[in-house]
Design a protein around this ligand. Structure first.
Ligand SMILES: NC(=O)c1ccc[n+]([C@@H]2O[C@H](COP(=O)([O-])OP(=O)(O)OC[C@H]3O[C@@H](n4cnc5c(N)ncnc54)[C@H](OP(=O)(O)O)[C@@H]3O)[C@@H](O)[C@H]2O)c1
Length: 254
């Protein structure tokens, strides 16, 4: 099994790398920080390949994908996991650049990651494309304007792609993590219900990916929470969210 994972230098990507390596996969790992990526790779059983690249750089991702395929042959699973989450407020001019960065990484970066593999998967009439979305894509949370918009876009993008790819024998799996213990959630100033460890998440996510499910929220308890939130009347949602603590704006960081 050959698996390509972006955002593999920490958190969910590193845990997925470890989980798939344990299951015997040969991995192509992508992130911007080469040192962190090498440390992840060094701790894995088996031989793998690392590529220092930014998922917003189309040519760099095409090069990484081509290099990995040249080394190991056709790829079975591509996991577009790289993502960023920062507080953004539309009223601040300087936050607009952060807004663009979040959308570029979390949405366009996903399409850029999948793009180089689709022709090969179509020819083979098999393969799985995995988008790591978020429960934050279900309703708009105050202060997370960009992140929520990006994850809502990622969910809908993966759905479009799923229907489109099905006729070529390619599966598209959307995984929506709830709250997972990683660097991304470390400084969240609000309560995180059903928070789970990243290795627990990775094991469940790998099972879902290999089963080819269309959409899965992990942990399942957050699936019920998001179903409730999705159907909640707007007046009640607004009241519940009005005083929710917010992720700090990156632009206001010292
Ligand atoms: N943790 C949670 O509770 C949670 C919940 C819902 C969804 N998610 C999603 O899960 C994914 C992973 O998050 P995480 O919690 O594991 O966060 P994390 O520990 O901060 O990891 C993010 C990873 O993405 C990589 N990355 C960021 N921007 C990149 C870029 N432009 N190009 C290439 N790689 C990039 C980072 O590596 P470099 O800095 O080395 O590039 C890092 O490996 C994200 O898509 C996130 O939105 C997480």
């Amino acid at each position: 099994m050959k698996v390509f994972i972006t955002g593999a230098s920490s958190g969910i990507g590193a845990a997925l790398a470890s989980e798939f390596a344990k299951r015997g996969a040969c991995l192509g790992l992508v992130a911007r920080r080469g040192d962190a990526l090498d440390a992840v790779e060094a701790a894995l059983p088996g031989k793998h390949h690392t590529y220092v690249a930014d998922v917003t750089d189309t040519n760099a991702l095409i090069s990484a994908a081509n290099a990995f395929e040249a080394e190991v042959g056709p790829i079975d699973i591509v996991i577009a996991n790289a993502g960023i989450s920062v507080g953004v407020k539309t009223e601040f001019y300087e936050d607009l650049a952060q807004f663009a960065r979040v959308l570029d990484t979390n949405v366009l970066g996903m399409a850029i990651t999948f793009h180089p593999f689709i022709a090969g998967m179509k020819a083979a009439r098999r393969g799985t494309l995995v988008g790591i979305a978020s429960v934050a894509g279900v309703r708009g949370l105050p202060g997370s304007d960009a992140y929520c918009a990006s994850k809502a876009a990622a969910i809908i993008y993966c759905e479009s792609l799923r229907v489109e790819m099905a006729k070529y024998g390619i599966k598209v799996v959307t995984i929506s993590p709830g709250f997972i213990r990683t660097a991304m959630t470390q400084k969240n100033p609000y309560q995180m219900p059903f928070l789970i460890d990243v290795d627990v998440f990775a094991e469940r996510a790998a099972d879902a990916i290999l089963a080819g499910v269309r959409y899965q929220t992990i942990p399942w308890q957050m699936g019920w929470v998001t179903t409730l939130l999705r159907w909640m009347p707007r007046w009640l949602f607004d009241r519940l969210m009005a005083n929710r603590k917010q992720k700090p704006r990156v632009s206001s960081a010292p």
